[in-house]
Design a protein around this ligand. Sequence first.
Ligand SMILES: Cc1cc2nc3c(=O)[nH]c(=O)nc-3n(C[C@H](O)[C@H](O)[C@H](O)COP(=O)(O)OP(=O)(O)OC[C@H]3O[C@@H](n4cnc5c(N)ncnc54)[C@H](O)[C@@H]3O)c2cc1C
Length: 486
Amino acid sequence: MRLAERSTTTALVAAAAVSAASYDTCCDRLASALGDIVTTTPFTANDWFSIQESTLVPACIVRPRSAQDVSKAVTILNSSRAPGCQFAVKGGGHTPAGGFANIQGGVTFDMGHLNATALSEKGTSVAVGAGAVWNDVYGYLDDFNLAAAGGRNGLVGVGGLLLGGGISHFSPRVGWACDGVVGYEVVLANGTLANISATSHPDLYRALKGGGNNFGVVTRYELKTFPQGNMSVNTFSYGVSQVGAVFDAFNDVAADPNFDPYVSLQAGLLYSSAAKAWSVSASAYYTKPVLHPEVYSGFEALPSISNTSSITSVASLAAENPTPPLNWLFATLTLGTSSETMLDIFKTLNGSLYDFNPAGGVTWNFAFEPLPSVMLSKSAATGGNVLGLDPEDGNGIVLLFSALWPNSSSSDSIYQKGRDTFTAIEKVAERKGELRKFEYLNYAGPHQSPLASYGAESLNFLRQVSKKYDPTGVFQHKVPGGFKLW
Ligand SMILES: Cc1cc2nc3c(=O)[nH]c(=O)nc-3n(C[C@H](O)[C@H](O)[C@H](O)COP(=O)(O)OP(=O)(O)OC[C@H]3O[C@@H](n4cnc5c(N)ncnc54)[C@H](O)[C@@H]3O)c2cc1C
């Protein structure tokens, strides 16, 4: 992994350096202007996906009820009379890296009350509060036989997913989830509440599509809707002896130049250190209500442990209940389509992880997802994003590399093992000539450089837009969490 963009580690160090006394002043100032939406009532563990985030304790939490509350709070925190007041912004709380959406000893904005959904008069778009989770969106739109492109798990936040890109069940049909945003309501660094669209602030509009939390606090998104009924859910699990054949079946779909736009596919590898056992699976969804869709015949043909096909609504598929947080590690890389490379990656993972069993155990989880060129071609049609991807590169694959473990005393050894293993598989992909430069921000680990991976043109553009709308670098320095630009 490359070390570049300033991220979590600096966030934690910077927050710790600010004295408790100055945070009393920050929180006092906020409370006297905003009243009881400023609180020291702590988060509950279930508010967060990871232990790394849930164990950080802010000095106070701002729970805005309106965009104006956010505007007032940002104005106060940006004031020259509050020089040391650092803050974090929490959407759905699903980024695992500590300090990305929470802050030790600082001020955390919990956007959760801003979760209203409202369909436009014509039904072609839906306004969604930036503190909503995808359950809120799909539950609301299902009743109208509509959907919007968003996360596949219902508790993931609208806020973070749309700022980093967003791989959706519908992406091959409509592009990255961020490509479906037609308007943003944002509180800028100076506290101004601005409506951003392709026509009003085209530079900021584009920068928000992949630029992360570097430009403001988003209070509302306007998302394009499209007709959507039930969809098809096909799940396969296999013995590890089938791994190569599963990769072949995956690759047949992922590499197809006529990629079927109704495909929503993940091939998964899971390794439990305690059981010393791999499992291999495919979550092969199809965004039409067709049982056993033909496109997945390669998976159907393999001897499986289980093979199910059912029809369900988008909302039911996404629905989930909160679970207590665990320690999590995320990292990502992007590959060209090659089942041979996937198999070599699996062999390298097995060699590196097989004998590693830290106290409390660790589960490694690797998800391969198609990145078809048909999906990338959609963004230009919607005004473009900053991800720097070119449909001409052909179909690719995004790999989400993750680990989860309960015992925090094992964290150091797991991080080390994770880094070594990730570096090893990156080398495999490079040697095969299949490593691509793109690092998907929402899957990236804190030591990766997703914004730089977009390429020099996008990175320079993002920096210029940041300097234009946030000349003093509020979202670079006062909001230290996340991937930063300067
Ligand atoms: C179980 C699970 C399932 C996932 N599924 C998918 C998936 O299907 N597709 C996909 O593409 N990704 C997926 N992801 C990755 C996901 O997109 C990222 O973790 C994303 O950052 C989560 O957004 P959040 O609002 O929940 O996170 P948070 O941790 O709350 O926020 C993430 C980042 O966004 C910033 N942010 C959040 N809201 C705002 C706002 N209103 N204004 C400014 N900044 C804000 C935060 O400051 C933080 O830096 C998944 C992750 C998990 C853990």
